[in-house]
Design a protein around this ligand. Structure first.
Ligand SMILES: O=C[C@H](O)COP(=O)(O)O
Length: 233
């Protein structure tokens, strides 16, 4: 299983890289769960990381704005992102989700460095009135994305496991794989969740809070990334 770690800046990206993260996921938590950072930060991290590991960029917790989302994806890929990650936050219908994802996929496919598209729905979808992640594998496959993900929309410490049980998460992963997609799980994951995560078998585990020592508003610590990487095997 790959480990995706979400730094805010270049300094944190170095800690994530040195700690053994497999994907360096640039984001800006001040703008939400999948808050977007500035192109300059993505570029700086890309220059630091080079070809050692792929970098990912969060595009934002989006509402229904397919053009804005496609342009954001294009910009993030142009800044050097190998993965572009969209949060379907204020998206309620399958049609809206499809249009958002198809627009992004088409935009990045026209570029020289084709970035992988990650579509993220939220485990706590009911409390934010968003689309059910269970629908995402089929919609994502139809839209041509590469990877589907589950994260929490509200970062209040409640984990994805408080909203979806192990069987539901396993089903998400299996449905995605049956559709030819990779999968990522995230959402205030803690060290005690590792065995369950291993049983669910996502391709990628996405984290921030756990490698900040529990409080995602502090900084990523290299030794915690090392510990988590070792626990994942
Ligand atoms: O993409 C992963 C997220 O940043 C996870 O953050 P978190 O572990 O603090 O919920």
């Amino acid at each position: 299983m790959k480990l995706l770690v979400s730094p805010i800046n270049n300094e944190e990206a170095i800690s994530a890289l040195k700690g053994g993260a497999d994907i360096i996921d640039v984001k800006n938590p001040k703008e939400g769960s999948l808050g977007a950072n500035f192109p300059g930060v993505i570029k700086e991290v890309k220059e630091t990381v080079g070809n050692q590991k792929p970098i990912s960029a969060a595009l934002g917790d989006f509402n229904y704005k397919p053009g804005t989302a496609a342009l954001a994806a294009y910009g993030a890929a142009a800044a050097g992102a190998d993965y572009v990650k969209i949060g379907l936050y204020d998206i309620q219908t399958e049609e809206q989700a499809y249009e958002m994802l198809a627009g992004i996929t088409e935009a990045v496919r026209t570029m020289d460095n084709v970035a992988k598209v990650v579509a993220c729905a939220y485990s706590d979808y009911a409390r934010i009135n968003s689309i059910d992640p269970a629908l995402l594998p089929a919609i994502g496959a139809k839209a041509g994305v590469d990877l589907v993900m589950v994260d929490t929309g509200v970062k209040d410490g409640r984990s994805t496991f408080e909203f979806l049980n192990e069987a539901q998460l396993k089903d998400f992963v299996e449905k995605a794989h049956a559709n030819g997609l990779e999968t990522a799980l995230a959402g205030s994951i803690k060290f005690e969740d590792i065995e369950a995560i291993k049983a669910i078998k996502p391709d990628i585990l996405g984290v921030r809070g756990i490698v900040c020592g529990g409080d995602r508003s502090t900084s990523i610590k290299q030794e915690l990334v090392e510990q988590l990487r070792a626990r994942l095997g």
